[in-house]
Ligand binder design. Structure first.
Ligand code: GRF
Length: 216
């Protein structure tokens, strides 16, 4: 496991420029996983998915296996020792939440190296129970005129932690939760790899609740 900081406060903790080794955690359809693998294959993201952990049998597990990824199904909360061992075995640099429905306590050594994407403009419409269509139903019920997605570093709560990047789209007349979800997911496909590239290259630094660009 790498431990050296390349830059004070920088999000890049690795001493040399090898592709980042990712663990992707999921509980659902696996579209986010598939998109990240697509971006890696297209050389748009300098990373390699070394481990997929699913909290249940779900379409994302089939997708991961079809992609030939090393995949484990660990129902419920992952025992801390099990997680620490899996991360060490695969020399994981970053943990990427991709529709993971459980709360993941940050493993030791992974502070500011666990990332999540949420399909709303946090801090709106996040928190326990806010997943899937519920997020978009809540946005429509609140009458917001814009929605979007948020990529953030994780802390030990649901959908909080320093925001890395947000993307915005309109909420249109006649939207249903499904049409809004589809529009937001199109943003997610671009936002997650863009945010991860910023983090992996150490272009940003975490300063309390703020993620700031490092001036060159
Ligand atoms: C995405 O909308 C993401 O924002 C949220 O969970 C969803 C995952 O979808 N965290 P999928 O399982 O990748 O299809």
């Amino acid at each position: 496991m790498t431990a050296h900081r390349a830059h004070k406060n920088s999000t890049d903790h690795t001493p040399c420029a090898r592709p980042k080794r990712l663990a992707v955690l999921l509980s659902g359809g696996g579209r986010t996983l598939a998109n990240l693998q697509h971006c890696i294959d297209a050389h748009e993201l300098d990373a390699s998915i070394k481990l997929v952990i699913a909290s249940r049998q779900c379409p994302g597990v089939q997708r991961a296996r079809m992609l030939g990824l090393h995949t484990r199904v660990l129902p419920g909360d992952i025992p801390r020792d099990t997680l620490v061992q899996l991360l060490a075995e695969q020399e994981i640099d970053w943990i990427i939440l991709a529709g993971y429905a459980r709360l993941l306590p940050i493993p030791p050594g992974y502070e500011n190296r666990v990332v999540n994407i949420h399909p709303s403009l946090l801090p709106n419409f996040g928190g326990p129970g806010m997943h899937g269509m519920r997020v978009h139903e809540a946005a429509l019920a609140a009458g917001v005129k814009v929605s979007g997605c948020t990529v953030h570093l994780c802390d030990n709560e649901y959908d909080t932690g320093p925001i890395v990047l947000q993307r915005v789209c309109p909420v249109l007349e006649g939207d249903t939760a499904e049409t809004l979800a589809q529009r937001v997911f199109e943003l997610e496909k671009e936002a997650y790899p863009a945010a991860l590239s910023m983090l992996f290259s150490g272009q940003v630094a975490v300063d309390g609740p703020n993620v700031r660009m490092i001036k060159g």
